[in-house]
Structure formats: structure tokens, C-alpha cells
Design a protein around this ligand. Structure first.
Ligand code: TYD
Length: 141
């Protein structure tokens, strides 16, 4: 994986093994994604109209996958906002550290799977948007 992909969000096409019995997709840290996978979590049973996220990570890299259904991911680098719609379980959104993320527009029954590079640590979160903007301006994030 080209290291230039470490600095910006990008949709990654994951392998898709098509089979009449059902399709299969896999991901390996350091191969399809530019980080070693340390942790996985998933978000599900999201009530209509709810949003998740609204924070940035200081050092954690993520791959966000719509394992089922669809949702949108808004990424803010402090200057520009990009919006990604995820609705295929063989596509992942790579999110480097330092992006304010908000997930919304969840379809009924959707499952958001996130693979990350670090153990869970509240210290790795920035949950205050004004602090996020200040850290970006100070090049502290
Ligand atoms: P959070 O990351 O804020 O969820 P979202 O990004 O959807 O807003 O996490 C919500 C809660 O779950 C928070 O109290 C921390 C806890 N949590 C863990 O204990 N371990 C984990 O791996 C994650 C992702 C969250």
C-alpha cells in the first residue's frame, strides 16, 4: 500500500469473492488497509434520524465499512468538509487521524463496522469541535 494514502480519506475497494452461495469480502491489516488492525467495533440498531461520531481521533486510523445497509460519513479536516455515502459491504472508507467525523442517514437495519489501529482510549478522542479547530490551526492534530 502506497504511503501517500496514509494522509487523506479514501474509499478502498476490498476483495470480493463472488459465489452463487453468497459473496465474501475480507481485509488484512497492512495489505488492503494502510495500518495494522488492532480493534473492531460495530454500530447497529441506530434509530431513524440519529447520528453517531462527532469527534476526531488523535492517532487512531480507521476503516469504516457499511457491513449492511447504508449511511453517510462526513469528514471535516478543519477547512474542508467531505461527505461519503457507504452502501456496499466490499467498500471501506479509510479515515486517517485528525478528521472530525459524523455518521448519519443510517438506513433501517444498517451495520457500521469500524476497524481501527489502536486499543480503545478516551485520551485519543477530541470531542470538542472548537478544540478540534484550535488543534488543527496549531498543527497539533
Ligand atoms: P464513541 O466512539 O463515542 O461512539 P460514536 O463514535 O459512535 O459516537 O463511543 C461510544 C461509547 O462507547 C463511549 O462511552 C466509549 C465506548 N467505547 C468503548 O468502550 N470501546 C470502544 O472500542 C469504542 C469504539 C467505544
Amino acid at each position: 500500500m502506497n504511503d501517500s494514502r496514509l494522509n487523506r480519506p479514501i474509499i478502498i475497494d476490498l476483495p470480493k469473492i463472488c459465489d452463487p452461495r453468497g459473496n465474501l469480502t475480507f481485509v488484512e491489516g497492512g495489505a488492503q488497509v494502510p495500518f495494522e488492525i488492532r480493534r473492531a467495533y460495530w454500530i447497529y440498531d441506530v434509530p431513524g434520524g440519529e447520528s453517531r461520531g462527532s469527534h476526531a481521533h488523535i492517532s487512531s486510523h480507521s476503516l469504516i465499512v457499511a457491513a449492511s445497509g447504508s449511511f453517510d460519513v462526513e469528514l471535516d479536516d478543519g477547512q474542508q468538509v467531505s461527505r461519503f455515502s457507504l452502501n456496499r459491504s466490499y467498500k471501506g472508507l479509510y479515515v486517517p487521524p485528525g478528521y472530525w467525523r459524523t455518521l448519519d442517514n443510517f438506513s433501517s437495519g444498517s451495520v457500521c463496522m469500524v476497524l481501527t489501529s489502536t486499543d480503545f482510549s478516551e485520551a485519543d478522542y477530541v470531542r470538542d469541535y472548537d478544540l478540534f479547530l484550535k488543534m488543527k490551526a496549531d498543527h497539533a492534530l
